[in-house]
Design a binder for this molecule. Structure first.
Ligand code: AMP
Length: 249
């Protein structure tokens, strides 16, 4: 079914109780709606998790939502799987269906961090319609900026613990013991099926073609913030907080 922002549920957004709870949790910073953009491997997911831990905004990752749908064998998941395995974008109707459902959940009422969405202009425009309908415009679109060679290393080396989800990099941040998770001790470090070299090249190509045009889109809308995302995770996090006005919180 094509995305239809007009049919999006009208919500009282956000409920007063949620607004108060979030404001307390994040030191009075209030509601923050951010798009976190960047090529695969730019560290969006890692940085989003840090914002979640410190400020309580939910991280909404379409990649995670899609992987979950694939694992559960839902209709969306079955339709998304082959595009994901091939490093291609999943069709907009699937992604927009998933994102619309997710944004309607109560925890998104106090703000959110969109990670990996939107990935093309059509998705960005659909997001704008949906948020306009809800009366909740974006605060910022943050570009996590990293050179291509570094991205490649980050992606080919990435391993995730199958038990606790901790992320390692065999080139840049290896576990203390080869193949064993430092966090939970499980010998279950796995490479995502779309982190294989040939799929990575395709994903980077798709990013350049489909997603990079969003940089100008958000620049023209006056929402773009660029963060140098190379280097130590904590340094990058400091720059991200600075760019989004969360520094010092
Ligand atoms: P990610 O974890 O964000 O790198 O996403 C993994 C894969 O999920 C991508 O390579 C795409 O196949 C699919 N995907 C995630 N987000 C989107 C999106 N916004 N639009 C289309 N496909 C997506």
């Amino acid at each position: 079914m094509p995305f239809d922002a007009g049919s999006a549920q009208r919500l009282v957004w956000p409920p007063r109780a949620t607004r108060a709870r979030i404001a307390t949790k994040n030191g009075g910073r209030g509601i923050m709606r951010i798009v976190l953009m960047g090529a695969p491997g730019s560290g969006k997911g890692t940085q989003a998790k840090k914002l979640v831990a410190d400020f309580g905004y939910p991280q909404i990752s379409t990649g995670d939502l899609l992987r979950d749908a694939v694992a559960r064998g839902t209709e969306f998941g079955l339709r998304a799987k082959s595009a994901m395995d091939n490093g291609q974008l999943v069709t907009d109707d699937i992604v927009l269906g998933i994102i619309r459902e997710r944004l309607a959940e109560p925890d998104a009422a106090g703000g959110f961090i969109l990670d990996g969405f939107p990935r093309n202009l059509a998705q960005a425009q659909a997001l704008e319609s949906l948020l306009a309908e809800m009366g909740t415009p974006l605060d910022a679109a943050v570009l996590m900026d990293v050179e291509f060679e570094i991205l490649f290393k980050r992606l080919t080396g990435r391993r995730t613990c199958g038990s606790c989800g901790k992320v390692f990099n065999v080139h840049l941040m290896p576990p203390k013991e080869d193949g064993v998770c430092d966090g939970c001790g499980a010998a279950d470090l796995v490479q995502r099926s779309d982190d294989k070299e040939e799929t990575i090249s395709k994903r980077l190509e798709v990013y350049q073609r489909e997603t990079e045009p969003l940089i100008d889109h958000y620049k023209n809308a006056g929402k773009l913030k660029v963060v140098d995302a190379d280097g130590d995770v904590e340094d990058v996090y400091g720059r991200l907080k600075e760019a989004t006005g969360l520094a010092g919180s």
